[in-house]
Design a protein around this ligand. Structure first.
Ligand code: FES
Length: 182
């Protein structure tokens, strides 16, 4: 989520219109985030940077949230309650797209768990929307040497090959990723 906030900041700077769709299981503010523990210890929880999205200029009606819980009041000052969905974020996004009259000039930029990315990629294909994916991979060296971060990609009509997320990525076009072997 953190790189997306910076990406959003850059897009805002260049006056792009931006909507943030976030699926979470628990809400934690940046101040509360347990930096004392490692993120691996807390991997089952998603940390939401809603405050940061507000700071970079997203209005409450530009932030969409999905979670399992129905207690939405705690967020009412940060997001519009109409943008709150109980369930999966991909369903939330698909419903948003279906209601949108003009679907031109949209691009999806996503990160998150593989099943969510696959579901989102299928929606993007159905609505013919370009999609970029930030692949989250466990990294070792971070400089292209250890190969711990490789994923299968394919360019043009070439066959599938390994790409290092830390060097060739982390941003990939959804069409470039070999989803079956990811
Ligand atoms: S993290 Fe070592 S090659 Fe990518």
């Amino acid at each position: 989520m953190a790189p997306l906030v910076f990406f959003g900041q850059a897009l805002k700077f260049y006056s792009f219109k931006l909507k943030a769709f976030i699926g979470i299981d628990r809400i934690v503010s940046l101040q509360e985030a347990p930096y004392g523990k490692t993120f691996a210890d807390e991997s089952e929880k998603a940390y939401v940077y809603i405050n940061e999205l507000s700071k970079i200029g997203l209005n409450p009606d530009e932030i969409f949230l999905s979670r399992e819980s129905t207690e939405k009041e705690i967020l009412s000052d940060k997001i519009s309650l109409e943008n709150y969905h109980v369930g999966l974020i991909v369903d939330h996004y698909e419903r948003y797209l279906s209601r949108l009259k003009r679907k031109k000039s949209i691009m999806i930029l996503a990160c998150g768990p593989k099943p969510m990315l696959i579901a989102l990629k299928n929606i993007a294909l159905r609505f013919n929307i370009p999609m970029k994916v930030l692949l989250e991979k466990r990294m070792g060296c971070g400089i292209g040497v250890c190969m711990s971060c490789v994923c299968r990609t394919r360019k043009n009509n070439e066959g599938s090959r390994y790409s290092r997320v830390c060097v060739e990525g982390p941003l990939f076009d959804a069409k470039e990723i070999d989803w079956e072997k990811l």
